[in-house]
Each structure stands twice: as structure tokens, then as C-alpha cells.
Design a protein around this ligand. Structure first.
Ligand code: ZN
Length: 239
């Protein structure tokens, strides 16, 4: 195996380390946890609003039912008076009759309103049931995420230890100057942790996927043991 090929093996290990560290950063920053917490909070707030409105509607309904009862009793009393036989005066009887009609109109309007209110209450009850179910799921997701985040960080740390140890033997086999250049390239911005790349069969750099011209390829061949770099992304090219 040439030194350059060893550099590619080191690159594989380093990319894995790069990926693990990136994942660890995301977990540590708690972005996913924050989103899950927010989701749970939103559902909780919605549920609170629905419950509050349902309670208001329920007490309004109770008041109206009470009024309905009172009106019913009043009608009954007036009817008793009308048919009781104690009142014979026609004008007085007419007045009672008109009062009963009035009361019945009020009952009819009240019962219409009551019906609308009961429909709203039914809607709210349905909304509350589904919000409660959603909240159970959101809270379970949050709890699972909290637990799994801790587990995943521990696993990543174990993996990182292994990968960092695996780096050692490759590093020892690579020329110090080449290693320095490789580290410099892979840690520079926009290189995404890639310092060395191979060439594919068509002569394209596997780091940036730019195809090298025949002239560039022939210059590369002539370079022999000298370190060569991709003319496009400046990564070390391994032939
Ligand atoms: Zn390139």
C-alpha cells in the first residue's frame, strides 16, 4: 500500500470522527429536544384554552337550563290560574293568556340558544379528547427523546474513543509533512473535513467531482511520488 492510499484510510477514519462530532454537537445543543418541548407546550396551551371555553359554555348552559325550568314553572302556574275557575273576568283571562304566550316565546328562544350552546359544547368535548390524546403522544415523544439523547451521546463517546484510537496506526505510517498538509486542508472551511480524495475511473476528483483535463491527468502521472493536489478543490489527490 502506498503512503497515499494510507492517507485515504486515515481520511475514512477522520470522516467518521467528523460525522460523530457533528451529531454530538446537534445532540448537545438540544435542538431536537427543544422542538419536542415546544410541540408539547403548544398542545398543552391549546388544551388549556379548549377546557376553559368548555367550562364557560357549561356554566352558561346550566344558567340557561335553570331559566328554562323557571319559565316552565311560571307557565304552569299561569295555566293553573287561567283554568282554576277562580278568575272569570274576560279581560283578566285574556291578559293571562297573553302572558302565557309571551312566556312560551321566551322558552322557545331560550331553547334555540341552548341547542346552539350544546352543539358548541360537543365540538369542544371532541377537541379536548383529541388534544388530550395528542398531548399524551407529545409528552411520550419528549420523554423518549430525553432518554435516547443521553444514550446516544454515551454511544457516540464510545465510538469516538475507538475511532480516535484507530487513527494512531495510520498517522504513524504517513510522512509528517504530508500529514500536516492533510490536516490543514481538511480543517479549512468549506472542505467538510475532507483533506484527501481519490480519482474515479473517469478522472474526476472524488472530493469535488470535477473532471480533470487530459493535460492535468498527465501532469499528475508525471508527479510520481510528489504530493499532488486537485486543481479545483485543492484537496490532496491520491492516485
Ligand atoms: Zn477536487
Amino acid at each position: 500500500m502506498t503512503i497515499d492510499k494510507r492517507l485515504l484510510r486515515l481520511q475514512d477514519v477522520d470522516l467518521e470522527i467528523h460525522r460523530l462530532r457533528h451529531r454530538r454537537d446537534i445532540l448537545e445543543s438540544g435542538e431536537e429536544l427543544r422542538a419536542a418541548r415546544e410541540r408539547s407546550g403548544t398542545v398543552e396551551a391549546l388544551l388549556g384554552e379548549l377546557q376553559m371555553e368548555r367550562d364557560e359554555v357549561a356554566s352558561q348552559q346550566k344558567r340557561m337550563e335553570h331559566d328554562d325550568d323557571a319559565l316552565g314553572q311560571k307557565i304552569e302556574a299561569e295555566q293553573k290560574r287561567m283554568f282554576g275557575g277562580t278568575i272569570v273576568n274576560t279581560r283578566e283571562l285574556n291578559a293571562i293568556e297573553s302572558e302565557i304566550r309571551n312566556l312560551k316565546d321566551r322558552v322557545s328562544r331560550l331553547e334555540d340558544d341552548l341547542l346552539v350552546l350544546m352543539e358548541r359544547r360537543e365540538e369542544l368535548d371532541t377537541g379536548i379528547t383529541s388534544a388530550e390524546a395528542e398531548l399524551v403522544i407529545a409528552r411520550a415523544d419528549l420523554a423518549r427523546l430525553q432518554a435516547s439523547t443521553t444514550t446516544e451521546i454515551t454511544e457516540i463517546d464510545t465510538d469516538l474513543t475507538t475511532k480516535l484510537a484507530a487513527r494512531g496506526p495510520w498517522v504513524e505510517q504517513i510522512d509528517e509533512e504530508l500529514l500536516e498538509l492533510y490536516d490543514e486542508v481538511r480543517t479549512s472551511p468549506k472542505q467538510h473535513g475532507v483533506g484527501a480524495a481519490g480519482l474515479d475511473e473517469g478522472g474526476a476528483c472524488l472530493g469535488c467531482h470535477e473532471k480533470l483535463s487530459p493535460l492535468e491527468l498527465s501532469q499528475l502521472k508525471k508527479a510520481g511520488t510528489e504530493t499532488t493536489r486537485c486543481p479545483y478543490c485543492r484537496r490532496i489527490l491520491v492516485q
